[in-house]
Design a protein around this ligand. Structure first.
Ligand code: GTR
Length: 357
């Protein structure tokens, strides 16, 4: 039943016509990365090292956590932009596992940032509000984009998702310098457009040991081909949010068969690390069948590394399915489009099991 659905999508080959082996995959990987950046998200801007300044407040959350405001100042071509972030972690602990959270708001706590749950589970969190990186619109002279964008954006120049992911990667650079953090236990989490962003950052930066991709839908962890009638298509997303992507992506609107890739290319880049794709039953816009099939089609890459990929039943997913036993997890919770406490519970539980926490 699953195979039949997958066949209908007629997906491009993950091995790009090469051998279906681990070395075939490793050979295809650089090309796959290039295709995704060139045709969908746009190339990352060059690495520049920001100046960091911090403000510390030790007395937060009943004294159980340390809260630091960390400011990243980027400078280039006489332009400068500062991004404010929040670093919160259990007090007096070492070897901390950490989440980088891409959020819609700067607030702590926030409805998508259940701070007590995270701290009480033994994790730290490093959060940023995406609009503080660059505005969510077609203005490439806003925020961090202004430092890198050309006046007339070239066809493969970065879209906004790439620049948000760029900041997440700079946050990862910073966490490498912190002695209280276990560098092998840093993950990333994002919801919806920021789920797409978390997926991109996690796929391109191997330092992320786990990636939580919540309700990411179209151009995230959901296949673009043969989408459910009432779901978001490339036509919708490139019309409403063309600036999330590079200009090249627009040519595939209503033309998905011509895509030289599908979203399983991006998901597979995370192998053999852990990735979890969260769906919500009422979020039909994201196309949950295609999120599941994206996982299913990618799973073989984890197996090539000798890992368990997607461990699931032999049927399409139904409400309350939780397939989190492999390194490639998928679940379909009740309710609608949001990053809920239930989602956090599922991600933390799965990852803590792997970390023996
Ligand atoms: C929608 C968009 C989706 C999703 C969502 C969000 O309007 O069509 O792809 O990313 O926004 O980010 O909330």
């Amino acid at each position: 039943m699953i195979e039949k659905e997958l066949k209908k999508r007629n997906l491009p080959d993950l091995f790009l016509g090469g051998e279906q082996t681990l070395s075939g995959w490793e050979n295809a990987k650089p090309k796959i990365k290039d295709i995704l950046l060139k045709e969908e998200y746009g190339y990352f801007p060059p690495h520049i090292t920001p100046k960091i300044s911090t403000l510390i407040n030790e007395e937060t959350f009943g004294g159980k956590a340390v809260w630091e405001e960390v400011n990243f100042t980027f400078e280039k071509n006489e332009k400068s932009h500062t991004v404010k972030t929040n670093l919160i972690y259990p007090k007096g602990k070492t070897n901390l596992p950490f989440f980088i959270l891409l959020n819609f708001r700067p607030d702590v706590p926030d409805k998508y940032l259940p701070i007590d749950k995270i701290i009480d589970s033994g994790y730290g969190v490093f959060s940023v509000c995406y609009k503080d990186i660059t505005e969510d619109n077609d203005d490439f002279s806003s925020g961090l984009s202004a430092l890198f964008s050309s006046e007339t954006r070239s066809d493969s120049e970065f879209g906004k998702i790439t620049i948000w992911a760029y900041m997440a990667i700079r946050m990862m650079d910073y966490l490498q310098l912190r002695p209280e953090i276990d560098k092998d236990k840093i993950g990333i989490i994002g919801h919806s457009r920021l789920g797409k962003t978390a997926l991109l950052a996690g796929a391109f930066d191997e330092r992320f040991s786990f990636v939580c991709v919540n309700n990411s839908g179209c151009s995230g962890a959901s296949l673009s081909r043969e989408r459910y009638e009432w779901s978001e298509k490339l036509f919708h997303i490139t019309k409403t949010f063309p600036f999330w992507f590079c200009k090249n992506y627009l040519k595939y609107s209503n033309n998905e068969d011509k895509l030289p890739f599908d979203q399983h290319f991006l998901l597979s880049l995370i192998a053999p690390r852990s990735v979890y794709v969260g769906g919500a039953i009422e979020d039909t816009w994201a196309d949950n069948d295609n999120q599941f099939l994206c996982c299913y089609a990618s799973s073989k890459i984890w197996e090539l590394y000798g890992k368990r990929g997607l461990v699931c039943t032999e049927r399409m997913p139904v409400e309350n399915d939780v397939f989190m036993d492999g390194e490639l997890g998928f679940f379909l919770r009740s309710g609608g489009h949001c990053l809920s406490e239930m989602d956090w519970d599922i991600y933390i539980k799965a990852q803590s099991k792997k970390f023996n926490l």
